[in-house]
Write a protein that binds this ligand. Structure first.
Ligand SMILES: [Fe+2]
Ligand SMILES: [Fe+2]
Length: 150
């Protein structure tokens, strides 16, 4: 494996671990909102969580955009038979993008009723964790033998 190929594999796995940890953190925080009677505390909790959600969603959107625009075309050059796998990964990205939009559109509800965002984060976990595992399983071998740049 070339140094560059090793770096591609390392970067993919590191990025995925970052998103797994970020999603787990969000789900842990949203599972334990402060009591409604502690209004100032609830507002501060909602405001922090809103920023954390936006940061996570923006990062994930950027990661998937880079994969769609750079990594997938490069792996298809390396192995054109990966077409159906890349199509499935692209469909996963569209699904995740739809959940990102749903999360972002409900962030204003956090201080009154966080259950909607919580449900969307659960949906995100179902879609994203499976996607990350499938992408690693399918693309790590081809990334490891890449000779050209992404
Ligand atoms: Fe992906
Ligand atoms: Fe990825």
């Amino acid at each position: 494996m070339t140094d560059r190929a090793a770096a591609y594999v390392r970067q993919l796995l590191a990025a995925h671990d970052y998103f797994r940890t970020g999603l787990a953190d969000l789900r842990r925080v949203i599972a334990a909102p402060p009591e409604k009677t502690e209004e100032a505390e609830l507002r501060s909790w909602a405001s922090d969580l809103r920023i954390q959600c936006l940061y996570f969603c923006n990062g994930l959107h950027m990661h998937h955009t880079l994969e769609d625009q750079r990594m997938f075309p490069a792996v298809l050059v390396e192995d054109p038979e990966l077409g159906p796998i890349v199509e499935r990964l692209e469909a996963d990205h569209r699904k995740v993008a739809e959940i990102i939009d749903a999360i972002e559109s409900r962030l204003g509800e956090l201080s009154s009723d966080p259950s909607g965002v919580r449900e969307e984060l659960n949906r995100m976990a179902d879609a994203l964790l499976e996607h990350l595992a499938y992408e690693e399983e399918q693309l790590t071998p081809v990334l490891a033998r890449m000779t050209g740049p992404i």
